[in-house]
Design a protein around this ligand. Structure first.
Ligand code: ADP
Ligand code: ZN
Length: 208
């Protein structure tokens, strides 16, 4: 099963993807996670991507498309992938269609996790991540509830950058909702509820 997760930054894509990985064994590909690792390790990609990410702007399509072409051919993707943070532009969506048809693996669904922008500003500004295991928590977590690791705030989870990320989402990424509706792959889920309740709907939508 191959799935695209759509939704604004902070809608809960990563949280839902983590549950799908845990329960269904799907391979989670998050371009944001890959880029953050590249920035941390100062790879050529990371060096190019950093300034865009810090500003909350999109990293150029050609860099992302090259990255994904390589990633989607790794052996761990054969049973299916959950794409989180990709595609983010129509150009990327068209490139993904080509990649998947070359591999003979059609897309099964584009799952839109729908959340109001004001809810998102609050969520992201209080979001914290575990340094050890990547668990997504909140400012209320003194330590990681999963592994006890240290929690930190992402560089781009500050109000100025969050507002820009939401503008970029509206302008560049939300047109993909119509794109996937046109392919009859779109499924919309109300993301402004408890993550476990959202997940129940996700599973139902994917017939899992
Ligand atoms: P968010 O919480 O905003 O969904 P991500 O972790 O998915 O964050 O991405 C963080 C940043 O990485 C984005 O703001 C953007 O700069 C860059 N990025 C991630 N995926 C893409 C993509 N598909 N195209 C362009 N830039 C991307
Ligand atoms: Zn942890």
């Amino acid at each position: 099963m191959n799935i695209v997760l759509l939704g604004a930054p902070g809608a809960g894509k990563g949280t839902q993807a983590a549950k799908l990985v845990e329960e269904e064994g799907l391979c989670h590909i998050s371009t944001g996670d890959i880029l953050r690792a590249a920035v941390k390790n100062q790879t050529p990609l990371g060096v190019k991507a950093k300034s865009y990410m810090d500003a909350g702007d999109l990293v150029p399509d050609d860099l992302i498309i090259d990255l994904m072409k390589e990633r989607i051919q790794q052996p761990d993707t054969e049973k299916g992938v959950i794409l989180d943070g990709f595609p983010r532009t129509t150009t990327q969506a068209v490139a993904l269609d080509t990649m998947l048809s070359e591999l003979g693996r059609p897309l099964d669904a584009a799952l839109l996790i729908d959340v109001d922008p004001e809810v998102i500003v609050n969520r992201l500004c209080s979001r914290r991540m575990c340094k050890e295991c990547g668990h997504i928590g909140t400012a209320a977590d003194a330590a990681c509830p999963k592994c006890g690791g240290e929690m930190y705030q992402r560089d781009d989870d500050n109000e100025t950058t969050v507002r820009n990320r939401l503008d970029v989402y509206e302008k560049s990424t939300s047109p993909l909702i119509d794109y996937y509706r046109g392919c009859e792959l779109l499924v919309t889920i109300d993301g402004d509820r408890d993550p476990q309740v959202v997940y129940t709907d996700v599973k139902e939508a994917l017939k899992l």
